[in-house]
Design a protein around this ligand. Structure first.
Ligand code: ADP
Ligand code: TRP
Length: 321
């Protein structure tokens, strides 16, 4: 199955992103044909700082490689290194009724939040459709906010195919409903926008401990049995545990011998250990940016071959000499 994921490089990744999106994606590369790219043309719609956008693009590449994207199994590139998508974007624009774009929630939400309503923001879904259709993607794993964009992609592909024959594969979105919403330190959904996140890559163990110590818990005094069911520390720790380990932790909560401080320390250890290998890889890539650039450039070359072959068919179909 050919699967495409697009990453918006938006800075520091947190534990919610890790369990909600990255880990399931990285697991896919074992059984599926995975394509993953950093959507920097899309980021341009909201970016104000050129240096920062370059930096975030490299950081995202390093983070994803460190967490387990294997360039031998997954084609991994930066969107702007395959500018063929921009040509397809233009051609698809002809198959995109204004009304379709006007109905896009994501556009309306961004404008409501004060993002300038320019053409790039408005036509964002057409570029996303080009990303998806240029490589005959079959499945697109997305968060709920992006489902509509995949549906719009299908609409464009159907319109095009109706006119020129079965040229584009119709993609389907995949939303991973099995992944529960991961709580932040205040118990709300963990999100970079709520200042409640625990970052994946904390500089030191001490800083990670400090962040874990901020998790809001109830105030049952030491010596009493603690409830684990609604405890944020337990919810986060259980992400790292198998069933047997979860039962052990539940017993520790019930025993009354330990307080929340102990469980915050335990959680810190679980996070620190889970990410030990990724931290090592990250240090390596940060010291060797040329290796990262080579990986991205190899990925772009593979993608360009696929993109060129598809564009030859599309250009011919629509009558571009
Ligand atoms: P944020 O809310 O921090 O801005 P994004 O919207 O950039 O996160 O999410 C990127 C990906 O991570 C999405 O696929 C989303 O489903 C997943 N994700 C983010 N936060 C959580 C969470 N708290 N629990 C589960 N998955 C999450
Ligand atoms: N719009 C997606 C997001 O914000 C990123 C993206 C761009 C994408 N092109 C894509 C995702 C193609 C999947 C397929 O998350």
């Amino acid at each position: 199955m050919r699967i495409l994921t697009g990453i918006q490089a938006s800075g520091k990744l947190h534990i919610g992103n890790y369990f909600g999106a990255m880990k399931p994606m990285i697991e896919l590369q074992e059984s599926e044909e995975l394509f993953t790219f950093i959507a920097n043309y899309h980021s341009l719609t909201t970016s104000k700082d050129a240096k920062l956008l370059k930096q975030l693009t490299m950081d995202a590449a390093i983070d994803y490689l460190s967490l387990g994207i294997d360039p031998n199994k997954t084609t991994f590139w930066v969107q702007s290194d395959v500018p063929q998508v921009l040509e397809l974007y233009w051609i698809l624009s002809k198959f995109t009724p204004m009304g379709l774009l006007e109905r896009a929630h994501s556009y309306k939400d961004k404008v409501a939040k004060g993002v300038p309503a320019n053409h790039a923001l408005f036509s964002y879904p057409v570029l996303m459709a080009a990303d998806i259709l240029i490589l005959d993607t079959e499945r697109v794993p997305v968060g709920k906010d992006q489902i509509q964009h995949v549906e719009m992609t299908r609409d464009m592909a159907i319109k095009f195919n109706n006119e020129y024959g079965e040229i584009f594969t119709l993609p389907e979105h995949v939303v991973n409903d099995n992944v529960a919403t991961i709580p932040g330190i205040d118990g709300q959904k963990m999100s970079k926008s709520y200042d409640n996140a625990i970052d994946i890559f904390m500089e030191t163990e001490k800083k990670l401990q400090k962040r874990c110590n901020k998790i809001i818990s109830s105030s049952t005094p030491m010596g009493e049995s603690l409830e684990y069911e609604d405890c944020n520390i337990y919810a986060l720790a259980s992400l790292f545990l198998d069933e047997g380990e979860k039962s052990q932790l539940q017993e520790r909560y019930k025993s009354g011998k330990e307080g929340y401080g102990h469980f915050k320390k335990y959680l810190k250890e679980l996070i620190w250990e889970e990410l030990a290998e990724a931290r090592e890889k990250r240090a390596y890539y940060l010291n060797n940016p040329d290796i990262v650039r080579d990986i991205l450039s190899d990925g772009a070359k593979k993608m360009q071959k696929i993109a060129n072959a598809k564009m030859a068919i599309v250009r011919d179909a629509v009558g571009i000499l």
